[in-house]
Design a protein around this ligand. Structure first.
Ligand code: UDP
Length: 473
């Protein structure tokens, strides 16, 4: 069973300066130098469960480029597991969010599966990890690797991107399952303090909210025409032969183009590009509540004004560690078929190609750039990078007040928060209020962009990592 190594293209930290300013840029360069000296030849090895799809892969993709660009020997490996393992880890993921998932409980057989897959991956990691190296293991899928890496003499950081503030039996059961693997980790990183179980002591805890890279394919500025051209090529809006080829710029400044179309469920032809749309981009995951967005939009957002809804997610074979995608998409399509014809006509379900990760990112960028309002109606959320991405593009965001979304949006200032994510009418009314009032939409969007600039860009994230690595090294 091979462990997959993900290539990392180094990027220079100096490119951040025009966005974050001279002071912030100088601080981060000197922190990186200091770490590089502190590590003195030791490596930093990241391990997670997928190279594409979902927030963790999204973040590692750019964060590790800058770290390598700063001269630090950093690498990224993706574990292998069978279907049984990923069904189990998806259940753990749901339970840590306080939800049932597939409804099964954790059994002795599950513990065996978890141990076996963790051991097999650890065997592979032994070939690349040396004593003293820093190993950063991400999320429950990698928790079973902690004891093996400790035994090898590595310093182990376990980083958890999921959770909920609510104490529940499900959450406790999941922590109980993971706890004995995790107890010896040298450090724990959580996206939010609220997610931390009470057996983790303060000394080993660091809270680091995720962040985005303003120069990634997904977040770099895209002109309205470039966005339209991509949306037309993929079939999401109606074609206009006068537009240029659907080109986009990659993180390293080179250009590429979109070559694949999206898989789309809708009635009739695509809407024209002048028709405004509300957008939710997410994995097909029940906790993202795509179906709830659809029903709330159909029932509570004014149909007369011709606004459309786009629900976009990856093709369901595209995310290796997420076995529920196909099922959730099927449920959404069935619910869509149940809607009255007029409502069906206003809503399209879109699966984005995942073969080329930059092409996928460019389509997401185009969708977020073109959207009139961005929704994130999650029932639980570790952080919600889709919220950060839309805020950075100056979009008004309507999102549930759950998990890390509450750290990002100040309600009424940098977006609108819905206190009860199950309240479909409150959601619909908030979306409508933004669609009806361009002034409000612009105010929310401007302050959202500023908030991301102040708090959720990569330099802050890298500085926090630097502190942690300094402590451990
Ligand atoms: N995403 C994507 N293509 C898709 C759907 C989602 O690139 O078809 C990205 C999205 O833009 C974001 C990430 O996947 O960067 C999702 O991260 P988030 O924190 O919102 O949720 P998670 O999937 O980690 O629960």
């Amino acid at each position: 069973m091979p462990l997959n190594s993900v290539p990392i293209q180094p990027a220079s930290l100096s490119v951040l300066e025009p966005v974050v300013g001279e002071d912030r840029a100088r601080q981060i360069v000197s922190a990186a130098d200091e770490i590089s000296r502190g590590l003195s030849g030791r490596s930093v090895i990241n391990v997670n469960s997928t190279a594409k799809g979902g927030g963790v892969a999204e973040m590692l993709l750019w964060l590790l480029r800058y770290i390598r660009g700063a001269g630090i020997d950093v690498s990224w490996y993706v574990i292998e597991g069978d279907a049984e393992f990923f069904v189990l880890t998806k259940r753990l993921h749901n339970m840590l969010h306080g939800h049932e998932g597939d409804g099964a409980r954790l059994s002795a057989q599950d513990a065996d599966t978890f141990r076996e897959v963790s051991l097999r991956n650890s065997e592979e990691l032994r070939a690349v990890v040396k004593p003293g190296d820093i190993v950063v293991l991400h999320d429950p899928q990698t928790a079973g690797i902690v004891p093996e890496m400790k035994e090898l003499g590595a310093k182990v950081i376990w980083r958890c991107h999921v959770g909920t503030a609510d104490e529940s039996d499900l959450r406790q059961e999941a922590w109980q399952f993971l706890r004995h693997s995790l107890e010896d980790a040298d450090a724990f990183v959580f996206s939010s303090k609220e997610f931390v179980p009470n057996w983790i002591d303060e000394d080993r805890l660091t809270v680091i909210p995720p962040s985005i890279d303003p120069f990634s394919t997904k977040n770099r500025p895209m002109s309205a025409d470039a966005a339209r051209s991509i949306l037309e090529y993929t079939g999401i809006v109606q074609g206009n032969s006068h537009l240029p080829v659907p080109e986009f710029t990659l993180a390293d400044g080179s250009t590429s183009r979109v070559n694949r179309m999206a898989d789309i469920v809708r009635t009739g032809p695509a809407p024209t590009a002048d028709i405004r749309f509300a957008l939710q981009v997410s994995r097909w995951d029940r906790l993202k509540d795509m179906q709830g967005v659809m029903e709330s939009f159909a029932e509570h957002v004014d149909g007369e004004r011709a606004t459309r809804l786009v629900l976009a997610g990856p093709v369901v074979t595209g995310v290796a560690d997420d076995p529920e995608g196909g099922e959730v998409l099927t449920e959404c399509i069935e619910a869509w078929r149940e809607l009255p014809h007029f409502e069906r006509h206003r809503i399209q379900l879109v699966c984005l190609p995942m073969t080329d990760i930059d092409e996928n990112a460019a389509i997401v960028n185009a969708l977020q750039t073109h959207a009139a309002v961005v929704i994130q109606k999650s029932l639980e959320e570790g952080f919600g990078l889709t919220v950060t991405e839309a805020m950075w593009k100056g979009k008004p965001v309507v999102a549930s007040a759950v998990g890390g979304i509450r750290d990002q949006i100040v309600d009424g200032e940098s977006g609108l928060l819905i206190s009860n994510p199950h309240d479909s009418s409150e959601f619909g009314a908030a979306v409508q209020s933004v669609l009806d009032d361009d002034g409000l939409a612009a105010r929310l969007g401007n302050s959202a962009r500023q908030r991301v600039k102040d708090r959720f860009l990569g330099d802050r994230h890298l500085m926090q990592y630097a502190d942690l690595v300094r402590k451990l090294a």
